[in-house]
Design a protein around this ligand. Structure first.
Ligand SMILES: Nc1ncnc2c1ncn2[C@@H]1O[C@H](COP(=O)(O)OP(=O)(O)O)[C@@H](O)[C@H]1O
Ligand SMILES: [Mg+2]
Length: 394
């Protein structure tokens, strides 16, 4: 499937491309207001490599974080909205991030920020307020790799699920809605069990919906991991080619039984576990128990036991495979945010990464303290220097 993207078979007649020349969505302009260390800042960029260099604490990660908020979720640090407000900002001021996104549908204005007088975060698309997180996924997808994620393979499954779900948003924007509905369903059921455990019919309805969403969620993960595994297998170059698997109770059943049977099994399990779930204050089975299994193929060891550098290289390999897959299937790629990644790759892998960014035409925001790390990009990159929350083209 991946190989088919590049060349037609030798004997195939050369046909004009039937795919419209779509461009991947990219951030053309970004404006920050009272966001983290930035009182007011603005940056303009084109597709391709965007390099941000500056000393520690200059505001590089904060800028990437602002971009990450243009996609569903709580951003690359996964924190509450209150943390974004600049410390020292006027008490009446509210933080905001606004961006002009250029993509297949032309220009779209996307904004997010704190609602005046509350802690709530709102989303605005082309001037329409109150849009959902899932609506963002229709406009652009953003995938990131941060130093924080150095522990992705070592810590709990939640962060790996998030990582996988984010990769899926780029191929299947509807997945963002599944994730939101599933979280909501889990919370609804927990509240019902705590406050109105006798409402059997109500619980039946909530659990039926939760089971349907959970199976759809897990099925999308199984499907994505299968296609991603193929894309990784087909990869050439200096990056590792990890073996990846979709793990979890629903995922395992989906490989053996039709989805409807799995849904019935899940519904029955939820009904059976009502009192024990209420007692433990958690839902024992469901799509929130899924995981992404990763093994370092070349050494046949689980990712958690490999070196930090090997883990980073595997994550880059997975992200690049997802970007190639999105390009092959949708003709567009996600925006990449690679925070302090270049510094941890050896020369050959750095070159390969820059080569792929160029080949895919993806907008890749990269940070580092050392400008020399990006020399191999030649003139292909847009360089900015950040110092004390001031951004200047370099
Ligand atoms: N809400 C906030 N208000 C003001 N400053 C903040 C806020 N949150 C973080 N900062 C500061 O922003 C600075 C830049 O952080 P960061 O972007 O992570 O730096 P780096 O360039 O090393 O990636 C840090 O010194 C941090 O203390
Ligand atoms: Mg940083």
């Amino acid at each position: 499937m991946i190989a088919a993207r590049n060349q037609p078979a030798n004997d195939a007649p050369s046909l004009p491309s039937i795919r419209k020349p779509v461009v991947s969505a990219s951030v053309a302009r970004l404006t920050l207001t009272e966001f983290r260390c930035y009182s007011a800042a603005r940056i303009e960029a084109r597709p391709g490599a965007v390099v941000l260099t500056g000393p520690n604490g200059a505001g590089k990660t904060n800028l990437l974080e602002a971009i990450s908020l243009l996609s569903p979720g709580r951003g690359l640090r996964s924190v509450r909205s209150a943390d974004f407000q600049r410390i020292g900002a006027h008490p009446d001021a509210v933080w905001g991030v606004a961006a002009t996104i250029v993509g297949p549908a032309g220009e779209t204005l996307v904004g997010t920020g704190r609602e005046a007088g509350s802690e709530r975060r709102t989303i605005q698309i082309d001037g329409r307020l109150g849009r959902s997180q899932a609506a963002l996924a229709e406009i652009l997808s953003v995938v990131w790799l941060t130093p924080h994620m150095d522990r992705l393979f070592i810590e709990g499954a939640k962060a790996r699920r998030r990582f996988l779900d984010r990769l899926i948003f780029g191929l299947d924007p509807a997945h963002a809605g599944r994730v939101t509905r599933h979280d909501l369903g889990l919370r609804q059921r927990a509240r019902l069990l705590a406050e109105r455990p006798g409402e059997a019919a109500w619980l039946d309805a909530v659990e039926a919906e939760l089971a349907a969403t959970g199976v759809a969620l897990a099925a999308a993960r199984v499907d994505m991991v299968g296609r991603l595994a193929q894309a990784l297998d087909a990869a050439t170059g200096p990056f590792p080619r990890p073996i990846i698997t979709a793990q979890g109770p629903i995922e395992a059943r989906l490989m053996q039984e039709p989805a409807l049977a799995v849904e019935d099994w899940l519904k029955a399990g939820l009904a059976r576990n009502r009192s024990s779930d209420a007692a433990q204050g958690e839902t024992q089975i469901g799509a929130h128990r899924g995981d992404l299994g990763v093994t370092y193929r070349e050494k046949n060891v689980p990712a958690a036991l490999t070196s930090t550098g090997e883990q980073k290289a595997m994550l880059v390999a997975i992200i690049l495979a997802a970007a190639r897959l999105a390009m092959a299937e949708r003709g567009r790629t996600p925006i990449l945010l690679l925070d302090e990644v270049a510094a941890h790759l050896d020369e050959a892998r750095r070159q390969a990464l820059y080569g792929e960014i160029g080949a895919l035409g993806v907008q890749a925001w990269m940070t580092g303290t050392d400008r020399a790390l990006f020399d191999a990009l030649d003139g292909a990159a847009q360089h900015f220097s950040i110092r004390d929350a001031h951004i200047t083209p370099a």
